[in-house]
Design a protein around this ligand. Structure first.
Ligand code: ADE
Length: 243
């Protein structure tokens, strides 16, 4: 997958491109990351990337031309390298909420362009003409779209074939089945008087699978009942919940 980042702060993305599972995916060539910085498309001495909002008020917007050209350059490169036209995402608190199912869908794309805004945002006409989709990572306001873009990169990358090892698969994720994850335990068997649930020591894989599913259901019901609305329950889940 090709991911282009349109940002005034490309260095920030080292957090996901150089470390951990996502960094390994980049090194293995499973993800090709490219950068396009609006500042490189400025023409004035001060390399200005912000501009005042019509109507006044505090704060600045991103200047239209450098941002538009940075997106255009990212589009061209994505098309050249993948032969496909890129899906352009603008990160903002006004976007539709990003979630697991959207991550799975975005992982199907050949090329993504993630546009990270700074200041108070970008001109609405640029969103109308250049952006396919506006996404928010949650109901809070960040100082820029970079962290949100990194959240998207991380969640999408781990859905790509070959990125997660055998030890962990995306299908077994919390959320993959619409439920929160069950609790996990490692050594020691007794930690400060708290012992590992006996069933996990039993070696009975079917019993363990049912226990984990029951735990996941119970947690979801308690902590995130909203996730269960509109989600069909299997007969086994109904039985486990009633136990
Ligand atoms: N930019 C600023 N806040 C954001 C948020 N909550 N989600 C996505 N992009 C953002």
């Amino acid at each position: 997958m090709h991911i282009a980042l349109v940002s005034l702060f490309p260095e920030m993305f080292a957090a996901v491109t150089e470390h951990g599972v996502t960094g390994r995916a980049v090194k293995q060539g499973l993800v090709a990351v490219r950068h396009s910085n609006p500042r490189d498309y400025t023409v004035d001495k001060h390399r200005t990337v912000d501009d005042r909002p019509y109507g006044g008020g505090p704060g600045m917007l991103m200047k239209i031309d450098p941002l538009q050209q940075a997106i255009a350059a990212a589009r061209e490169q994505a098309e050249q390298e993948t032969g496909a036209s890129a899906h352009v995402v603008y990160l903002s608190p006004q976007g539709r909420r990003f979630d697991h199912s959207r991550a799975v869908e975005l992982a199907q794309k050949d090329a993504l362009i993630l546009v990270a805004g700074r200041y108070e945002g970008v001109d609405e006409r640029l969103i109308e003409t250049e952006v396919d989709e506006e996404l928010s990572i949650g109901d809070y306001v960040l100082t820029g779209g970079e962290l949100a873009a990194m959240v998207v990169i991380d969640a999408v990358t781990r859905q790509l074939p070959g990125v997660l090892g055998h030890e962990a698969s995306a299908e077994e994720d919390s959320y993959a089945n619409g439920l929160l994850d069950c609790p996990h335990y490692t050594r020691p068997e007794d930690y400060q008087g708290r012992v590992v649930p006996e069933v996990l020591l039993s070696g009975d894989h079917e019993k363990i699978r049912r226990w984990r599913l029951k735990q996941a259901l119970g947690r979801t019901l308690e902590r995130r009942p909203d996730l269960l609305e509109g989600r069909a329950m299997s007969p086994e889940e109904v039985e486990l919940l009633a136990e």
